[in-house]
Write a protein of this length. Structure first.
Lengths: 50, 242, 220
């Protein structure tokens, strides 16, 4: 496992870049996913209120 | 004609639920393989050491930020001329996706720049036009949210996207030309290395992976857009109650 | 026909004399703020004064062309534009030109005074003047396009500039490059040709684009 971090002085940069992109990519997927669920739940709540 | 247009949306929404899920699993797996490939298997560069590995996320993100803009402008054009509803939804939903890709490209570019050039930012053609691209995306999203009638909003943002597509190459080439004037014949900006196939192959793979990811998020967002627009229609209520 | 359009435009602008002088005063105000902030180091100011003039001109054109269609929208003039048989593109073209004449032309006329105040050399001020003459009509046209896009939006105070400024950037880059080339002594003809090309491309197309945008924005 330790060989993953053997990039010399670049380790921090490379992993920071990959981390940032993973975070944004995940966020880009999860945002519409949970937004749709929230909207469906909101509509059911409003329908049940009536 | 009316029926077929609505059927368009309904067809899309009802059929793509499982496709979206499968694609999300697929893109996750492809990313795992790609990251392992890029970080571990690809060899260390002679000149740049290991910092070039950032290229495996930076270049696909930048490429896709442009590609998504073109898709956005193209679907906006179809929406304006032929008034096809799903194209209206597709056009505006591309904007946040593209903005995220642009942000990834900018931040990873900055992180890559620090060890390679010594500075986080340099006003060269590529980075500057990427920044302007981000502003274009943000402008489109803000313009869309400012309208209360969303159908009206889509028309206006489609027009803005189409006009913007002319702007991007103009800015890119004018900044590039401006910089070559400054620096003279010895260009010190980073050039893509004439790379070995073992370094190029993971890049092409990551490009493919990012595209699969884009397809996943695109389908998810278009489903969200369809739901928001057709919330109160009958077919949606029937479908959701099964 | 053209005479009547010109007369109407002049009447609109002269009815409210403020609208003529306000852009000019705004221009000088912002221009005066810069030395206050940056200090009176003459060498520093001499180096960046073309940029300062251009930034101020951008702000002036943005704020003047922002509300171009606002009153027309409120008064229902736009519907008459779109339903009339007359060549509405010609009317729009003259409106763009008159907007330029009443907002940018005073600024351009006063540039020699500015070059006296800031001790700009003759060649530099000549090239600044030339790039302004070629660039400001394009800026005004694009600003008016932005105003047409955001027609009917209630609180579009800073939205329109945010959308429009990326489209200003090519004009800016080539003007700045021309000014720098002159101050160094390099040839500047290519930048001037490109600015001229932008002017010749944008200005004729803009009335047609405006008509299309107005049709889009008004369709409710």
């Amino acid at each position: 496992m330790i060989e993953f971090f053997s990039m010399g002085k670049y380790t921090v940069f490379v992993y920071a870049a990959y981390l940032v992109s993973i975070v944004f990519l995940l966020a880009g997927y999860l945002l519409p996913h949970y937004e749709l669920k929230k909207e469906i739940r909101k509509k059911e709540y409003e329908d049940n209120k009536k | 004609m009316n029926i077929s247009k609505i059927a368009n949306l309904r067809f899309f929404y009802t059929r793509t639920e499982s496709i979206a899920f499968i694609l999300s699993i697929l893109s996750f797996l492809l990313f795992c393989i790609g990251i392992y490939w890029g970080l571990y298997i690809a060899p260390t560069d002679y000149l740049q050491g290991d910092s070039y590995r950032i290229m495996y996320v930076h270049v696909p993100a930048a490429w896709l930020s442009l590609q998504v803009y073109i898709i956005m402008a193209f679907s906006g054009f179809i929406a304006l001329v032929w008034k096809i509803k799903i194209m209206e939804i597709a056009s505006i939903q591309c904007a946040p996706i593209g903005a995220f890709f642009t942000i990834i490209a900018l931040i990873t570019g900055m992180i890559w720049g620090k060890p390679t050039w010594g500075t986080y930012w340099v006003w060269d053609a590529r980075l500057t036009s990427e920044l302007i691209l981000l502003f274009l995306y943000i402008g489109i999203m803000v313009l869309y949210s400012a309208f209360s009638d969303k159908r009206q909003a889509v028309k206006v943002t489609s027009l803005l996207a189409i006009i913007g597509i002319i702007n991007i190459p103009i800015i890119h080439y004018s900044v590039e030309w401006w910089n070559t004037l400054h620096q003279g014949p010895t260009v010190t900006k980073f050039e893509k290395p004439s790379a070995h196939i073992t370094m190029l192959l993971p890049l092409l793979y990551m490009l493919f992976t990012f595209n699969v990811y884009f397809l996943t998020v695109f389908i998810k967002r278009v489903r969200l857009g369809i739901y928001l627009r057709e919330k109160n229609s009958k077919w949606l209520e029937e479908y959701l109650n099964d | 026909m053209i005479k009547s359009i010109v007369k109407t435009e002049l009447a609109i602008y002269f009815r409210n004399l403020n609208s003529i002088f306000l852009p000019l005063i705004f221009f000088f105000l912002i221009l005066s703020v810069f030395p206050l902030i940056l200090g009176t180091d003459k060498i520093l100011l001499g180096k960046i004064i073309p940029g300062i003039i251009w930034i101020t001109v951008i702000l002036t054109t943005l704020l003047s062309s922002n509300n171009f269609f606002r009153d027309d929208f409120k008064n229902g003039v736009i519907e008459t534009y779109l339903t009339s048989d007359a060549s509405i593109e010609l009317v729009l073209f003259f409106r763009i030109v008159s907007c330029w004449v009443f907002t940018c032309l005073p600024v351009i006329i006063f540039i020699p005074l500015v070059s006296l105040l800031f001790e700009i050399s003759f060649q530099n001020s000549a090239i600044i003047l030339l790039t302004l003459i070629l660039g400001t009509p394009v800026l005004i046209s694009i600003g008016i396009f932005g105003s047409a896009l955001t027609l009917g939006l209630a609180k579009n105070n800073i939205l329109t500039p945010v959308i429009i400024i990326p489209f200003y950037i090519p004009v800016l880059i080539f003007s700045a490059s021309a000014i720098e080339a002159v101050s160094i002594g390099l040839p500047f003809t290519m930048q001037i040709y490109i600015l001229l090309a932008l002017l010749v491309l944008v200005l004729p197309i803009m009335p047609y684009l405006l008509k299309y945008t107005l049709e889009l924005s008004i369709n409710n």
